[in-house]
Design a protein around this ligand. Structure first.
Ligand SMILES: Cc1cc2nc3c(=O)[nH]c(=O)nc-3n(C[C@H](O)[C@H](O)[C@H](O)COP(=O)(O)OP(=O)(O)OC[C@H]3O[C@@H](n4cnc5c(N)ncnc54)[C@H](O)[C@@H]3O)c2cc1C
Length: 419
């Protein structure tokens, strides 16, 4: 669930900027000029927010409820900034404000910088939304957004309405935001956002049904994490591209780390086909807040396919005497796709408080609220729900649970996607 704290902080900054901009607007500025420059300023602050969030600082995970949520907000602030840029572009008066010398204005490049930024922003949006472009190709192009950000700073610093008034209160706010945004950009580009690197040796590569399990042992120190957290896995060696995020599927008490990777694209296929034990793997993290320890004692854990990984870690970490009542609903196409099912069923027998419900869509058993109701002993709203799986399934179930009177804050979801 998206924690609202971070959203309120962003909204708070935008409101402070907008109010300051209106209150301290120069008298000779028309209402249209004040309004449209305010839209441009908001667009810039949203861009800055997007850049600042990509620093992956731990505080943002707390504010938004996990790194996956931070990246969702990073994406939405980026997209919204483009909408504000458009509104600014359409509305801003094309004639110069009163008192601006056209000769002096002709020497500054504000308008062309604005136009180039607008074109590049629209292009980047089209690239980001085009799912046919692979993540590994899109990522380096996306990093060029830092240059667009520089162009936007150039645009507003030389814009007639701001240039001559930039030492107004709202101008100060924009300059402050620009410094923050540039520092955040450098922080990410120089790799400081890949904090907490831990080195591991690859011990085993296990081929599973359309998935691969890798088992790692620590080289210097082990990694402290909570069940449900994820990390970026970076294989050392030629030909291995950027780090990829995977949920840790082992229990924190185990000596090493285990990840279970569904074979989906180039990188996960390469792991299955080419990775051999003995090499070094760097793990960045842990990240994420898919934590069930502080939820109510009656819990439903719903896993769709590879969405079992956070629950694997939770189950492996459970001990006899656990007083919670857990129902694991494991939704798969068919039994053969249910990774680690026999291990989970064995553990359920040992624990006594873990009930396993297998749903096979091939047999017409779908993860739906009415089916869940039949399997649960209590009413729907007496449980906390943890959902991880394909986006449509998680979205649909969350909606149906809310319609079934389950409070929003009792539904916790994990997204396996940043873009
Ligand atoms: C928080 C989180 C936890 C995850 N946990 C698991 C897990 O336990 N098991 C599992 O099988 N999968 C998990 N995933 C998904 C996994 O990261 C992708 O399936 C994998 O990176 C695909 O890489 P690929 O090159 O083989 O496929 P591609 O076809 O290149 O990518 C498929 C999709 O994976 C995502 N992706 C690819 N590369 C990256 C990257 N470097 N960084 C971020 N996202 C990327 C993009 O959304 C992309 O559209 C998780 C994802 C996230 C965000």
């Amino acid at each position: 669930m998206l924690n609202k704290k971070g959203l309120f902080v962003i909204l708070g900054f935008l409101v402070i900027f907008a109010v300051t901009h209106f209150v301290f607007a120069p008298e000779q500025f028309s209402a249209r000029l004040v309004g449209t420059t305010m839209l441009g300023g908001v667009a810039f602050l949203l861009m800055t927010t997007s850049i600042v969030l990509s620093t992956r600082l731990a505080v943002f995970e707390d504010w938004f409820g996990g790194l996956d949520r931070v990246y969702q907000v990073h994406k939405f602030t980026g997209v919204f900034s483009i909408l504000f840029v458009f509104a600014h572009f359409i509305g801003v008066p094309k004639e110069l404000p009163a008192g601006v010398d056209p000769t002096v204005h002709g020497l500054v490049p504000s308008a062309p910088l604005g136009m180039v930024s607008l074109v590049l922003l629209v292009l980047s949006l089209a690239l980001a939304l085009n799912r046919k472009i692979s993540y590994s190709r899109w990522r380096p192009m996306h990093k060029l957004m830092g240059l667009v950000y520089l162009l936007v700073i150039g645009h507003f610093m030389t814009a007639p309405a701001i240039f001559f008034e930039r030492f107004s209160a709202s101008g100060y706010l924009l300059i402050g935001a620009a410094i923050l945004g540039l520092l955040a950009f450098l922080y990410s580009v120089l790799g400081f956002n890949k904090r907490n690197k831990t080195r591991f040796k690859l011990e085993t590569v296990n081929s599973l049904e359309r998935a691969t399990e890798i088992v790692l042992s620590p080289i210097d120190k082990s990694l402290a994490f909570k069940p449900g957290q994820f990390a970026f896995v970076e294989v050392q060696g030629k030909g291995w591209t950027e780090p990829h995020p995977f949920t840790i599927s082992s229990a924190p008490s185990e000596d090493g780390l285990r990840f279970t990777l569904k074979v989906l694209g180039d990188w996960t296929r390469k792991v299955r086909e080419e990775l051999t034990p003995g090499g070094e793997v760097v793990v960045h993290g842990p990240y994420g807040r898919f934590d069930s320890t502080n939820a109510r004692s009656r819990q439903v854990w719903l896993a769709g396919g590879i969405g079992i990984t956070p629950f694997l870690s939770k189950i492996r970490a459970m001990n006899p005497g656990d007083e919670r009542e857990i129902t694991l609903v494991y939704a798969v196409r068919d039994r053969s796709e249910a990774l680690f099912l026999s291990e989970i069923e064995e553990k359920a027998k040992e624990l006594g408080n873990l009930k396993v419900v297998l749903l096979e869509s091939g047999l017409g058993q779908f993860a739906r609220v009415d089916i869940m109701k039949e399997k649960l002993s209590g009413s729907l709203d007496s449980y906390d729900y943890f959902l991880c799986g394909p986006k449509p399934m998680v979205k649909g179930l969350s909606k149906d649970l809310k319609a079934g009177n389950v409070p929003k804050n009792s539904i916790h979801t994990e997204a396996f996607e940043f873009r």
